[in-house]
Design a protein. Structure first.
Length: 119
């Protein structure tokens, strides 16, 4: 039962974070950011948010700096939108899984093209 509540709250936080990130005016936070994963602790005390950018890992690192500096604002917004008894402390982490998966897709595509050339 508790796991279901944590999973539901994780999805609610993810949805609200997406909206809050588009609302923020920090120039380091671009509109091409993606929330890859949200890890919420069972006691709602801590929340790790993995951020990826379509522009590369450097832009994701800049966005993480901007998001970590605005973590207090984000925490207040989450509390007002979700009416939580305990609002988690947010830690944003840059993730390069989008670039990694694009690289794998390119390799697979090149292999497919090479296979078709041999036939």
């Amino acid at each position: 039962m508790a796991n279901y509540k944590v999973n539901r709250m994780t999805e609610d936080i993810r949805r609200e974070l997406t909206d809050i990130m588009h609302m923020m005016k920090d120039p380091r936070i671009s509109s091409l950011l993606t929330i890859m994963k949200v890890d919420l602790s069972n006691d709602y005390g801590h929340c790790r948010v993995y951020i990826s950018s379509m522009e590369g890992i450097e832009k994701a690192n800049e966005a993480v700096k901007g998001l970590n500096s605005g973590a207090g604002f984000i925490r207040r917004e989450i509390n007002s939108r979700l009416k939580m008894r305990r609002t988690p402390e947010f830690k944003f982490i840059a993730d390069d899984s989008t670039e990694y998966s694009a690289g794998i897709a390119k390799i697979l595509n090149d292999l497919e093209v090479g296979k078709n050339d041999e036939d």
